[in-house]
Design a protein around this ligand. Structure first.
Ligand code: PAF
Length: 306
């Protein structure tokens, strides 16, 4: 990925120092936009940061591998960490990077967890118990440290986006949560920090996710609204190509539950998948009726913007 040019962002380790700096910016009438990340940045993250730049005068990116959202058998220890490369990628895009140590975010005695009921039990929540509690808690803390007007998230982690939206509304946080379309490789594979773990052979098979979603999108565009049919189209692409299916979900994008009755006219449907390819867990989704999964040259699906 070509590195961007421009000044490197300033790195702050201390959330209190960041708050002081941003208070001064706000006092001068400057608006702050925020992109939370766990580092290992790729073109998908950079698109979020570019969008943040359009929303505000000061752009803050956090790089923090949040331990509380990893399960005991997940890849916390091996999660890629390369701050210097991330900073070069953010050159000219972000003003400040918050890169706190674990103790700055979770000091001894930390005892508060945020649980968003309902949205977190299904999909990824079913196989990753506690994951979204960790996400909701750290995002609330980061919002409190940064105090942004807007925070930008990718729609690839659609369940995370909905959990963060719910948490922000429920806690009356004065932040506009913006969801941005998934950035894709030229063959459609959704960009992810985990793609780097795929062998070339696994990488070829991984396109089964987007091909399944495209099959569902084509059928939806032709008028198909049966959950069973759409689900079957996705699974038909996955079977024999991936090494395990965690879930295929076709249902309500707002509640992340199955539809209670027929899909309302003009309504959208979420098609979401989680699979294992080799040892790597991959997720992808599309909101049928709201996104266009056609991938133009350059690999950036237009999708929706909200
Ligand atoms: O999507 C991520 O990278 C993480 O879940 C987030 C939002 C930065 C919280 O740790």
């Amino acid at each position: 990925m070509p590195e961007t040019t421009g000044p490197l962002p300033e790195v702050l380790r201390d959330p209190c120092e960041l708050r002081r700096r941003l208070d001064a910016a706000r006092a001068g009438g400057r608006r702050v936009a925020f992109v939370p990340t766990m580092g290992a940045l790729h073109a998908g993250h950079l698109e979020l940061v570019r969008h943040a730049r359009e929303l505000a005068d000061v752009v803050v990116v956090s790089i923090f591998v949040n331990p509380t959202q990893f399960g005991p058998r997940e890849d916390l220890a091996s999660y890629p960490r390369d701050l210097q490369t991330d900073l070069r990628l953010l050159a000219g895009l972000a003003d400040l990077v918050l890169a706190p140590g674990v103790e700055a975010v979770y000091p001894p005695g930390h005892a508060t967890t945020i649980h968003v009921a309902g949205l977190t039990e299904g999909l990824c929540g079913a196989s990753r118990p506690g994951h979204f509690d960790g996400v909701a808690t750290v995002v609330a803390k980061l919002f409190s440290m940064v105090g942004p007007c807007s925070a930008v998230f990718g729609r690839k982690d659609f369940q995370q986006l909905q959990v963060v939206r719910r948490m922000t509304v429920d806690l009356d946080l004065p932040v506009t949560v913006v969801g941005r379309p998934t950035v894709r490789e030229p063959d459609g594979l959704a960009m992810s920090s985990r793609n780097r773990h795929l062998t070339p052979e696994e990488r070829r098979r991984a396109t089964a996710l987007v091909e399944g979603l495209r099959a569902a999108a084509a059928a939806f565009a032709a008028g198909e609204r049966s959950v069973a049919v759409l689900d079957g189209l996705v699974r038909a692409q996955l079977e024999g190509r991936v090494d395990g299916i965690d879930y295929v979900f076709v249902g309500n994008p707002e509640t992340l539950q199955p539809f209670a009755g027929p899909v309302p006219p003009g309504g959208t449907m979420l098609a979401a998948v989680a699979v294992r390819v080799g040892r790597t867990r991959l997720i992808d989704n599309t909101e049928l009726g709201a996104e266009d999964l056609v991938v133009p040259a350059g690999g950036h699906s237009p999708g929706t913007q909200d």
